[in-house]
Design a protein around this ligand. Structure first.
Ligand SMILES: Nc1ncnc2c1ncn2[C@@H]1O[C@H](COP(=O)(O)OP(=O)(O)OP(=O)(O)O)[C@@H](O)[C@H]1O
Length: 348
């Protein structure tokens, strides 16, 4: 985990000159594993040594006794050969068991962990059939006295009796101090969590009775940090949708609205250009504009934006704000924003 994290965030690690810290942590962890493995190997080695020594010490005694019995005509040679073959098979079998047993224990532990993960049931399932597939109504989104605490911190109420109504065509901004629960409101609308108390209604129905897969398909989300994959620009824009249901002209339309089309046209491979791991081959502003295009390519009815310009410089911020304003046109939207942009994002 330490190795993966530090390699994924190598720029930050190098920028903070913390390479040695991570190497030390990694070495310490590997050191612990090494100690445990060495102990195990020592025990295993001693047991194997005893087993082999017994075989070699006992063998001459057995051969000597057998020879004596044969010379005294108390044992015939056929029986002796048969007994020797049995002993040889038995010792090989025991040695194989000795080698396999520790691995069997390890495999059991891994299999146990794996099956526990496989059969874990999410509290909120995407496959519920509580409502028919077509549930186009999400107007209004209504929070009625909603209280919410995260499952990992059940005693800390993040939202306390929140009331909020959002109707079709409205654009609202949620503004507040850091940690007051702005992003949590968006997570509840996407139903990543269920409310602890009160009611969240979508189109007059409790959100728990709404078909989740279909409802989420009506939502476009733009976050603070755009997440891109090492795929082409076309696929990065299109993967938010079923690729069979959108055309190249849908992708270009979304790119035009997101202010990224003219940049893509300057690239030799255009929409087939690979963006690199985590989008490392394009700039932060270009990444965010691709994320905007992806969020709107499926023509969502509701757009959720969580401080989408927070990681950008002033110039990029202006370009992204223009793109966001275009993206939010004729749509219902909620924006988590800094205080200074609150009026910019709201329609009333
Ligand atoms: N997955 C989680 N598990 C437990 N607590 C969480 C989780 N996510 C957020 N919190 C806590 O819930 C509170 C609200 O978090 P939230 O992200 O909604 O705040 P925010 O207003 O969006 O903050 P910011 O403006 O800094 O992004 C914070 O105190 C945060 O530590």
């Amino acid at each position: 985990m330490i190795a993966i994290e530090s390699i994924q965030n190598i720029r930050t690690v190098v920028q903070l000159s913390r390479q040695n810290l991570f190497v030390d942590r990694y070495t310490a962890l590997v050191g612990n594993t090494k100690k445990a493995t060495l102990k195990h190997m020592h025990v295993h080695g001693v047991l194997h040594g005893v087993e082999m020594s017994l075989m070699f010490f006992v063998m001459p005694v057995v051969v000597f006794c057998a020879a004596k019995l044969v010379s005294n005509h108390q044992l015939d040679i056929d029986t002796l050969l048969m007994a020797a073959a049995y002993v040889s098979f038995l010792s090989r079998f025991l040695s194989a068991v000795n080698l396999t047993l520790p691995k069997l224990g390890q495999s059991y532990a891994v299999a146990h962990h794996f099956t526990r993960l496989m059969y874990r049931k999410p509290l909120i399932s995407m496959n519920d059939t509580t409502e028919n597939q077509q549930h186009p109504q999400f107007d209004p989104v209504e929070f009625n006295s909603v209280c919410f605490a995260y499952p990992t911190r059940p005693k800390i109420m993040v939202l306390n009796k929140l009331n909020l109504t959002l109707r079709t065509g409205q654009s609202i901004a949620i503004v507040g101090t850091s940690g007051c629960g702005k992003s949590t409101v968006l997570s509840l609308i996407e139903r990543f969590y269920d409310v602890t108390d009160g009611q969240l209604q979508i189109g007059g129905k409790d959100i728990r009775d709404v078909n989740l897969r279909h409802f989420r398909s009506l939502i476009g989300y733009i976050g603070q940090e755009p997440v891109l994959f090492n795929m082409s620009i076309r696929d990065n824009i299109g993967y938010g949708c079923d690729l069979n249901s959108i055309t190249m002209s849908d992708i270009i339309d979304a790119a035009i609205i997101a202010n990224i089309h003219s940049f893509v046209q300057t690239l030799p491979q255009g929409y087939d250009t690979l963006v690199g791991l985590h989008g490392s081959q394009i700039s932060g502003g270009e990444r965010q504009r691709l994320a905007i295009a992806r969020a709107i390519v499926c023509k969502p009815q509701l757009l959720l934006m969580d401080e989408p310009t927070s990681a950008l410089d002033d110039e990029n911020e202006q370009i992204i704000q223009d793109a966001l304003q275009h993206a939010a046109e004729n749509r219902t939207s909620i924006t988590v924003a800094h205080r200074k942009y609150a009026t910019f994002y709201t329609s009333e």
